[in-house]
Write a new protein. Structure first.
Length: 626
């Protein structure tokens, strides 16, 4: 039960931090805030201790628990924690929210059937094998160093924000199963994300009902997939991000905690809150890089508003930037070392189609530029009218009804919306959705104020506002219904059996030659290093495409029996199964089975149900990376 003790210590660590600040929290809000903040502090401390011990082990976890626990006790003895009970409507809302999240995760995340096969929602099927490869490599590979190896590509360090998966690895080391170590933090961080959003909306609007309505708008906004040909790219946030992208769960939950501190600073400036906000932002790069970008942008644009206060000078505002820079700069430099030129590019219009239209216009003369700007304006207004029209309309009367501080706080998110329409932050254009989702969240928080504005207008306007609220959620409900209907097999029982055999019968530092399937069990379930994984991940994570294609071509030659390349790459094990046969079909070649029957070069270790695993006899296995 070490995992349970770790979760409790995370909560108490955050409770100690929350006791330092003077923001008034209700009971549920304080618990959620404390869990998210305490988890950020604890996971970073565990990472540091594991690095010192050169292992993610029971010992490093126990030391982390002792350090966090002692620190929390010391702080809680010095500061009082005030508790305000929540009203029954808030409690009912959170009971329904917990039921929703439990059902979504138990049904949509690695759900077993009677045959032992594991199923998931489509986006979970697409993303989770990458996350499980990180988790299992941390758990099953002896030794630990920072950054850890990138198991999907040979001799490459992991520059992907991995602390959410490290968190699951801690829980798995502490006694949970792989599925349990994924689902439990999923539910806890999603609950914290939506819960803190609820309380942020309440703070922005002054109305608890706005928190509930805003949460519903946020959960059921957007559209189902498959409508790109109609110009619809703004997908439902739960389908596109909040279920499949585990880093976003942690990053957005922590971001809403930070936003509460920053919004309170606009009303009553307190240095404790700003210092803690800066420290939390500084922890974000390896938790969720997009959340780090958003929080830095919001803080920079709010800084002038903070400076307008009578008792604030620029030297005093530095208190928020010092911990931010001290914590974030080493992470940013480390991540930057693995980033290619395809990041942070000028990409007007967000989508490929819009960019081609915009860059194809005449920008050569001043009159032509004026005409092109008009055309771009019409293009983007039409585009966003289709993608987020109802929400746009609801936000406008909401802003008219909002307080001055709320309008100021919302301005950075408007700026973020425009920047995400101009700059592509990652190789794949759709990843900008991770920035748009913050604009969506704050817009959903303010939109319920349109109901108050509506009460002051005619009956016709009131009916229109209600219809817009319904229209903003219809397609999200359809998306959720499709998610529950469609199911994708992530791993069969045979896949899991092979992975189990690999874990127990091959060297943890061994290098595998496999197909490039995204859900290959050797990497996803056994945590083993393979020569090359799914090309789409490698490209979107910033690896050089020329290098990717070269390695893929070499893999083809190795499966054709090129023993010289197998020696040159230092291959320890060769896996030939259904994923390799699919790899051969996709790349239009035939696997040379006869070449691997050469007993002077290869030894057959496993042969069952269409799977074969060979050991290359020339190899000298060492722990990765070399």
């Amino acid at each position: 039960m070490l995992w349970l003790l770790y979760l409790i210590v995370c909560l108490f660590s955050g409770l100690a931090v929350s006791s330092i600040i003077k923001v008034r929290f209700s009971l549920i809000e304080r618990i959620l805030f404390s869990f998210v903040v305490g988890s950020a502090v604890s996971v970073w401390l565990t990472l540091f201790i594991s690095w010192l011990y050169c292992a993610l082990s029971t010992t490093s976890i126990i030391v982390s628990i002792i350090v966090c626990g002692c620190g929390a006790i010391f702080i809680l003895k010095r500061f009082r924690v005030s508790i305000t009970l929540d009203d029954r409507y808030t409690i009912v809302f959170f009971v329904l929210l917990i039921l929703y999240l439990v059902v979504m995760n138990l049904y949509g995340v690695l759900r077993p059937d009677d045959m032992g096969n594991l199923y998931a929602f489509h986006t979970v099927w697409a993303d989770y094998p990458f996350h499980t490869s990180i988790i299992t490599s941390l758990v099953y590979t002896p030794g630990f160093h920072f950054p850890p190896p990138y198991t999907q590509f040979l001799h490459t360090e992991l520059h992907y924000p991995f602390l959410m998966d490290f968190y699951s690895a801690i829980l798995m080391k502490g006694g949970l199963t792989l599925r349990g170590s994924i689902i439990l933090p999923n539910i806890l961080f999603q609950l914290s994300l939506f819960g803190l959003f609820y309380f942020l909306a309440h703070r922005l609007t002054g109305r608890r009902m706005a928190g509930a309505i805003g949460s519903i708008l946020f959960i059921f906004a957007g559209f189902p997939p498959g409508l790109q040909t109609a110009g619809i790219h703004f997908l439902n946030p739960v389908y596109a991000v909040l279920m499949p992208q585990r880093t976003a769960m942690f990053g957005m939950a922590l971001s809403f905690a930070i936003f509460i501190l920053l919004f309170e600073a606009l009303s009553t400036l307190r240095w404790h809150e700003l210092f803690i906000a800066g420290s939390l932002i500084g922890m974000l790069p390896y938790i969720h890089a997009h959340s780090f970008i958003v929080n830095c942008f919001v803080l920079l644009l709010l800084a002038p508003a903070l400076l307008k206060k009578d008792n604030v000078h620029i030297k005093e505002l530095i208190i928020v930037f010092v911990p931010l820079a001290a914590l974030a700069l080493p992470q940013v430099l480390c991540i930057k070392s693995g980033v290619t030129e395809r990041f942070f590019n000028f990409f007007p219009g967000w989508t490929e189609t819009n960019r081609e239209i915009i860059t194809g216009l005449d920008w050569s003369t001043k009159p032509a530029v004026a005409c092109s700007i008009a055309e771009v304006s019409v293009l983007m207004v039409n585009f966003w009218a289709k993608n987020a029209g109802a929400l746009f309309i609801l936000v406008l009367p909401g802003l008219l009804k909002a307080r001055k501080e709320v309008r100021i706080f919302y301005l950075p998110f408007i700026g973020l919306f425009f920047i995400a329409n101009i700059v592509k932050f990652q190789p794949w254009y759709f990843d900008n959705y991770k920035l748009f989702i913050y604009w969506l969240a704050l817009s959903a928080a303010i939109a319920p104020l349109s109901l108050s504005w509506m009460n002051e207008r005619t009956r016709g306007i009131a009916v229109s506002i209600c219809m817009l609220l319904v229209a903003s959620t219809v397609f999200g409900v359809i998306t959720h219904a499709r998610m529950m209907k469609d199911e994708y097999m992530v791993w069969s029982g045979d896949d899991q059996a092979v992975a189990c055999w690999v874990r127990h019968n091959t060297h943890p530092g061994g290098l595998f030659l496999t197909g490039s399937a995204h859900n290959h069990p050797v990497s996803a379930l056994a945590g083993r290093q393979r020569v090359m994984g799914y090309e789409g991940w490698l490209w979107s994570h910033g690896l050089n495409w020329t290098r990717i294609t070269e390695v893929r071509d070499d893999e083809v030659e190795m499966f054709r029996g090129n023993y010289s390349l197998i020696r040159a790459y230092g291959i320890d094990y060769i896996c030939i199964g259904p994923y390799e046969r699919l790899f051969a079909a996709d790349n239009h070649f035939e696997i040379n089975y006869k070449a691997f029957e050469d007993r002077t070069r290869f030894r057959l270790l496993y042969d069952d149900k269409g799977w074969r695993i060979y050991e290359a006899l020339h190899s000298h296995i060492v722990l990765l990376p070399p």
